[in-house]
Design a protein around this ligand. Structure first.
Ligand code: MLT
Length: 313
């Protein structure tokens, strides 16, 4: 009798390189992980599941998958995976922690430049027939203070890229040593100092109970009224309601936002401000990042299902 191949469920659109890297040893299926009923049904007899950020692998999903051995997150953040429930069920969780960091850092720079020069707004206006040169006059990044909250892999790449513009980088990160900050040519400051002094504040933290709402009313009150805030990390790190109020009251100049508390979100109140630039969770959406993420998790799934050790990336 032929032994059935282990089943790998792909629950979100991944790079074609993922399937190639998995090779011929698995039965590969796909489902729409954002469709809860479809997901729970599809998990019934799978050995591994591959997800991005739209699939919630919580305790319920994990218990719907009695044969599951590995959950693979084709990206960095693990906030959509219940690690505790997975561990209790003996399910290994792997991610691709360096796959999309360059893409995330580059999108951050894109948001900062968009805010400084009103590129999306001016483009939309011009396409609508309006030639508005003075309305969309902007600011230079040169000699401005950029505040980076979270100087991890992505934050450090953002710092290096923005230094090319002649900016000064301030960072708040309780886990970074002064030696590391000096090596990156970054001034480590307290969160309050960062908020008071920065012209652009960008957050690069994971989503945890401690970081949710980290940029809220108190933070906006400390910021310059000419400052911009950027969130390409996780929805909710910047409080969406407080952001709307801060913009209404003119406490800050604008915001660049790629991630939202609820995704998809297409009509949040703060979208109404012309000084807000939004993108639909595109931080990792490049060909390069998706290929790296897909290949990296495919390799980890192969090792995990073969009962071998999965090395840290
Ligand atoms: C991540 O955590 O890596 C990003 O959110 C990317 C993604 O969702 O694919």
């Amino acid at each position: 009798p032929v032994t059935p191949k282990p089943v790998v469920l792909i629950a979100e659109e991944l790079s074609p390189a993922t399937v190639e890297a998995l090779g011929p040893d698995f039965e590969i299926r796909s489902t729409d992980g954002a469709d809860r009923a479809q997901l729970l049904g599809a998990l019934a007899d799978v050995d591994a599941v591959l997800v991005r950020s739209a699939t919630r692998m919580d305790a319920e999903a994990i218990s719907a998958a009695p044969k599951l051995k590995v959950i693979a997150r084709a990206g960095v953040g693990l906030d959509n995976v219940d690690i505790k429930a997975a561990t209790q069920a003996g399910v290994m969780v792997v991610n691709a922690p360096t796959s999309n960091i360059i893409s995330a850092a580059e999108l951050t720079v894109g948001h900062i430049l968009s805010l400084a020069r009103n590129i999306p707004q001016a483009s939309a206006a011009l396409k609508a027939g309006e030639w508005k040169r003075s309305k969309y006059s902007g600011t230079e990044l040169y000699e401005k203070n950029i505040g980076i909250i979270g100087l991890g892999r992505i934050g450090a790449l953002v710092a290096a890229r923005l230094q090319g513009f002649g900016t000064q980088i301030l960072a708040y990160d309780p886990y970074v040593t002064s030696a590391r900050a000096a090596q990156l040519n970054v001034r480590l400051v307290t969160l309050d100092e960062l908020l008071r002094e920065s012209d652009f504040v960008t957050i690069h933290m994971p989503k945890t109970p401690e970081t949710v709402g980290m940029l809220g009313a108190d933070a906006f009150a400390l910021m310059k009224d000419t400052a911009y805030v950027v969130n390409v990390a996780r929805g909710g790190l910047v409080d969406e309601v407080a952001l709307h109020t801060a913009l209404e009251e003119g406490r800050i100049a604008g915001a660049g936002v790629d991630v939202f508390v609820q995704e998809p979100s297409t009509d949040l109140p703060f979208f109404a401000h012309d000084s807000v630039v939004v993108t639909p969770h595109l931080g990792a959406s490049t060909e390069e990042a998706q290929e790296k993420a897909g290949v990296s998790v495919a390799k980890s799934v192969r090792l995990a299902l073969a009962g071998e050790l999965v090395p840290d990336a």
